[in-house]
Ligand binder design. Structure first.
Ligand code: NAP
Length: 250
């Protein structure tokens, strides 16, 4: 992973959970990190302190990925602070545990705006810069529910499936600029998104359904992201890497 040393990575939604895990793994490999959050200012600062302890630099940026102006200024700050962006991890996401008939149009639009429009806005800004330098790697965080469906959050599943089409289309558009675009599809991970929804008994039952016997840890996604961002994946683009402990097999 020597190729990651000195690179700059923007990781959306890296104040907590999977984004934080990605930030810490990439920092351990020597990347400077742009930590993004929308509400958790203190948690983002804590991640920055951990990263400083790893001997690399970080920049904390509050930006709502669904807002065009926020995204433009986040990417602009990243470029002016570190001189460029080499890696973008589109990780920020929200969900909502409701049936289709319980969803308002506002619910639907909010999830689409964060999980899918946010990926478009951040990728568009990053690609404009990466095209000029002739290299870059974008990694989009999808979900296993893009493949399996889910019976309680159709808007969320729709965004995660949309990310797969987005990934392949952008990969085709930017391959000639030496920019690679891939997706990572997590199974179940022990984060704030999942833990409040399940009791400890349900957790035990879920673990028995996962062939590797445990929920994922954020750094499991960080390791997959680091591989895809590195030169070891230099011939991989438009792909989806499943990281789910064997939960779904095809
Ligand atoms: P999480 O613990 O709830 O963390 C979500 C992160 O996204 C936080 O850093 C949050 O920032 C940020 N965020 C939310 N809305 C944002 C916005 N509008 N602009 C910028 N940042 C925003 O979630 P997670 O479990 O780590 O999930 C991370 C990604 O993995 C998501 O895309 C999720 O869909 C995907 N995923 C998760 C699982 C799982 O099992 N956990 C499974 C499959 C896929 P604040 O802290 O400031 O609120």
């Amino acid at each position: 992973m020597e190729s990651l040393k000195g690179k700059t990575a923007v990781i959306t939604g890296s104040s907590r959970g999977i984004g934080r895990g990605c930030a810490l793994v990439l920092a351990r490999y020597g990347c400077n990190i742009v930590i993004n959050y929308v509400e958790s200012s203190e948690k983002a600062q804590e991640v920055a302190e951990e990263i400083t302890g790893l001997g690399v630099e970080s920049l904390v940026v509050r930006a709502d990925v669904s807002r065009e102006q926020d995204v433009k200024s986040m990417i602009g700050s990243a470029i002016s602070t570190f001189g460029g962006i080499d890696i973008l991890v589109n990780n920020a996401g929200i969900h909502q545990h409701l049936k289709t008939w319980e969803l308002s149009l506002e619910d639907w639009n909010r999830v689409i705006a964060t999980n899918l429009t946010g990926v478009f806005l951040c990728s568009r800004e990053a690609v404009s810069h990466m095209k000029k330098v002739g290299s870059g790697s974008i990694i989009n965080i999808s979900s296993c529910v893009a493949f399996t469906g889910t019976d309680h959050e159709i808007h969320y599943a729709s965004t995660k499936a949309g990310i797969l089409g987005f990934t392949k289309s952008l990969a085709l558009e930017v391959a000639s600029y030496n920019i690679r675009v891939n997706a990572v599809s997590p199974g179940f991970f022990a984060t704030d998104m999942v833990l409040p929804l399940i009791t400890s008994e349900e957790m035990k039952s879920l673990e028995t359904k996962i062939p590797l016997g445990r929920l994922g840890a954020p750094e499991d996604i960080g390791n997959a992201v680091a591989f895809l961002a590195s030169d070891r994946a230099q011939y991989i683009t438009g792909e989806v890497l499943h990281v789910n402990g064997g939960l779904i097999m095809y």
